[in-house]
Write a protein that binds this ligand. Sequence first.
Ligand SMILES: *Cc1c(COP(=O)(O)O)cnc(C)c1O
Length: 227
Amino acid sequence: MEYLKDNLEKVYGRIKKACERSGRNPADITLVAVSKTVDIETVKKAYSLGVTDFGENRVQELKNKIPLLPEANWHMIGRLQTNKVKDIVGKVVLIHSLDRWNLAEEINKRAKAIGINVATLLQINISGEEQKAGLSPDDVEYFLESAGALSNIRILGFMTMAPLLENPEKARPIFRELANMKNKFSARSYPNVDLKYLSMGMSQDFEIAIEEGANIVRIGSSIFSEE
Ligand SMILES: *Cc1c(COP(=O)(O)O)cnc(C)c1O
């Protein structure tokens, strides 16, 4: 698994360079290694190489992998069905994909039942592509204003996915807009809301996301793919 070490070194190097270009501190960036479809032995190897945080987009994968590597921080980054919330509440450190009010209610209910607070990010569909999950930017204000009713949820920031573009530079305005939204709404104060995270950037565009303010990047293929 020499490739894994090489890939990680490259990714860390690219994160560092993007930070240098934009006057940021690499220590402020959390790398979430997206381990969907990656077998647990490889995930464990990445953990032994210093990766602490892993992201999955399916509940079943989380249910399979968390018990085999409970010491890692696990993130839910994919679309979450309300009937599966109970399977991950209390087991993941952050749900990046809170994208609708009834999901928030369900997470809150399950969190309350076991007496914990659940950390979430609002997933926002900045690009407006119809097939993309995410709250419309127009609905964010109302969501944040209403969060006070959800005693066991904390909204800690925003997440977005840029469209797949031939030129990742074209994703820059999307990342910039999400960063602007974070600045705008963190200047106000809402109960149960503390906007400190921006989860944006994947293998194809994470450097641009970092330049625009991302402090969580979700990287899969650049870490785990063998070529
Ligand atoms: C798969 C996935 C990623 C990582 O994508 P790569 O292009 O493999 O880096 C990031 N975020 C989400 C939500 C994903 O589903």
